[in-house]
Design a protein around this ligand. Structure first.
Ligand SMILES: [Zn+2]
Length: 303
């Protein structure tokens, strides 16, 4: 289901009627001046709909008659850029986190120059995320990240670059394997809540299994860390970032431009990991979202 909001040129129609009645050329000039800056018809499409669940991706598509100058959207008091897609078309992503407050949130779309301002009520519904208890030995439970590791990864996830390197969705899975751990699972360690949730998916695969990029992009980070193990972070543009961790090894370096389905390393169990698997995460403007919703082709759950 898609929500479409067409914005008609009501004032323009009134001016045209007035001009027709009065015959004043001044009215016609007003019309042409007015219509030079204002789009008569703007279509805004919010996908999949104005009702989404925690962890889902919202796609904003705008089509206009005339170019927009600097379109943005506001969500929860924060401003985000809407990017140019084609001649008079624009696109933006909005990530709803697993812990987003349920209920109605305002989504405001604005372009000052063309006096575009439209508010939508976006309803966020609860997703049922199960609890996952991980039994860890004393050695593994004492493993923690240092500030440098956390800082580098956190910064990489928030990267914003204006050009989109992705268009064909859904992407191929980054590795061949089964889905052993879903996004959003509430994390417990040895029966105790950690206050954390699973910000990506775990794909179980044999050690050494090839890991590919999901889309074209630039490598932001390729490094071995204490907690995350061998890590690769890729910028796909316009706020979309992919993360691959616990890899056996990495075959790329920071700054490399990678294509879709390019080998970037192999499945392993480095860092805080209990067996060979790939933890894969997708971030929109820094918000972790569920990669199996919208973004990835179906991955079979593990038996
Ligand atoms: Zn994981």
């Amino acid at each position: 289901m898609k929500d479409i909001y067409p914005m008609g040129g009501k004032f323009l129609r009134i001016f045209k009627i007035l001009a027709a009645i009065s015959g004043f050329s001044i009215a016609l000039l007003c019309i042409s001046g007015y219509s030079a800056n204002i789009n008569k018809n703007i279509n805004i499409e919010i996908s999949p709909s104005l009702k989404v669940k925690q962890g889902e991706t919202v796609v904003i598509d705008i089509e206009t008659e005339k170019p927009l100058k600097n379109p943005v959207y506001f969500f929860k008091g924060k401003k985000y850029k809407i990017y140019k897609k084609g001649e008079n078309s624009y696109k933006a992503l909005l990530g709803i986190s697993a812990i987003e407050k349920t209920g109605i949130h305002y989504l405001l779309i604005r372009d000052k120059e063309s006096k575009l301002e439209k508010q939508f009520n976006l309803t966020v519904a609860k997703s049922k995320f199960p609890i996952q208890n991980i039994r860890i030995s004393g050695k593994k439970s004492s493993l923690s990240a240092d500030n440098r590791e956390l800082g580098l990864i956190a910064n990489a996830k928030k990267t914003l670059s204006s050009k989109a390197y992705w268009n064909d969705v859904p992407f191929d899975s980054p590795t061949k394997g089964c889905l052993i751990s879903k996004y959003g699972l509430l994390r417990y360690h040895n029966g105790k809540p950690t206050g954390n949730y699973h910000k990506g998916i775990d794909i179980k695969a044999p050690s050494g299994q090839v890991i590919n990029t999901v889309a074209k992009g630039t490598v932001l980070l390729a490094e071995r860390f204490r907690l995350h193990g061998n890590t690769v972070v890729i910028d796909h543009g316009q706020g979309l970032i992919s993360l691959y961790i616990h890899m056996k090894n990495t075959h790329v370096k920071q700054g490399d431009v990678v294509t879709a389905n390019q080998k970037i390393g192999e499945v392993g169990t480095t860092g805080f990991s209990t067996g060979p698997h790939l933890h894969f995460g997708l971030y929109i403007n820094g918000t972790p979202i569920d990669p199996v919703k919208y973004w990835l082709k179906h991955i079979i759950p593990c038996k």
